[in-house]
Design a protein around this ligand. Structure first.
Ligand code: GLN
Length: 292
């Protein structure tokens, strides 16, 4: 059976290519059937449901009834506020792709900028440490960029450590991922030897959670977001401990709250903490260096 042009597809038939040359209306009809979702989101959900690229879908490949069922189920998950990246299951990050699920924060574009700053700031680092690694995104991307470096990552969440280890293994990259609080699980003989410390630590104040979008508030791990009553608590602890671990001239780069620039610069004063802005002009990173 061939559905009428522009009809909303039902789940009990197969949508077929139209007679209008290469272009099929089946995929576009499916998008039109979910007007409450932004087009680009609906497209990505259809790509996930069918395992095909949007280009292939537009080229007139049939969308099977079972795939439409899957699409509908994904749409319902998105409507309930689940982040698109959890539904898709992975996210590109710098030179790599990492799996993400509710055990970890979805890596953000700001954090890709942190990666870019970090990879440019030290030449040929031998030892790299990523604190609060989450999905492992920063540590694995840096190991990809600097294959000869020894890369350590830590996280206080055993769920995150499990996923970060899977991501490193899937990327075929050797990153040592340790369970524990900030520097605590690192081998003691790294003290004074680390060339580069990176971190996107929790930096929200507890009271800020109520104002977060539902995707973040109800779906992403709160412990990856909230540092304490003020928000700068974890950064203050990183600033205090980093001088012990950095080699002379070693660099630390962290993501920070746009509201904490001056207070965080103060925490990093002994490392001459400098604040940098993100692409939208917000104070978003602190960079410090141990004296030579
Ligand atoms: N390193 C991860 C990220 O940047 C997780 C950060 C976190 O859990 N605070 O996305």
């Amino acid at each position: 059976m061939r559905p009428e042009k522009d009809s909303v597809p039902t789940t009990d038939n197969r949508l077929r290519t139209t007679d209008y040359g290469l272009r099929t209306t089946s995929s576009t009809d499916l998008l039109r059937s979910v007007p409450d979702l932004p087009d680009h989101e609906a497209r990505r959900l259809l790509e996930t449901a069918t395992g095909r690229s949007w280009t292939d879908l537009l080229l007139g490949v049939e969308v099977a009834a079972e795939e439409i069922e899957v699409f509908r189920a994904l749409v319902e998950r998105r409507r309930s506020g689940e982040p698109l990246q959890y539904i898709e299951g992975s996210v590109p990050f710098g030179p790599i792709e990492v799996a993400v699920d509710p055990r970890v924060l979805v890596p953000r574009p700001e954090t890709e900028q942190l990666y870019e700053i970090a990879e440019a700031v030290v030449e040929d680092p031998l030892v790299i440490v990523d604190l609060c690694t989450g999905s492992g995104n920063l540590a694995i991307a840096l190991k990809h960029r600097f294959p000869t470096a020894t890369v350590y990552a830590t996280d206080i969440s055993s769920d995150a450590v499990d996923l970060a280890r899977e991501n490193a293994r899937d990327a075929g990259l050797d990153v040592t991922i340790l369970l524990g609080d900030l520097f605590e699980p690192l081998p003691g003989n790294l003290r004074g030897r680390v060339d580069l410390i990176v971190s996107n630590p929790p930096y929200l104040a507890a009271a800020e959670v109520a104002d977060l979008p539902v995707d973040v508030r109800d779906h992403e791990p709160t412990m990856a977001l909230v540092a304490g009553p003020v928000g700068d608590e974890v950064l203050a602890r990183i600033a205090e401990a980093a001088p012990d671990w950095l080699r002379p001239g070693g660099v630390v780069v962290c993501e920070i709250s746009e509201f904490h620039g001056s207070v965080v610069a103060g925490h990093f004063a002994s490392l001459r903490g400098d604040i940098q802005r993100d692409l939208s002009g917000k104070e978003r990173f602190v960079i410090g260096a141990a004296p030579q």
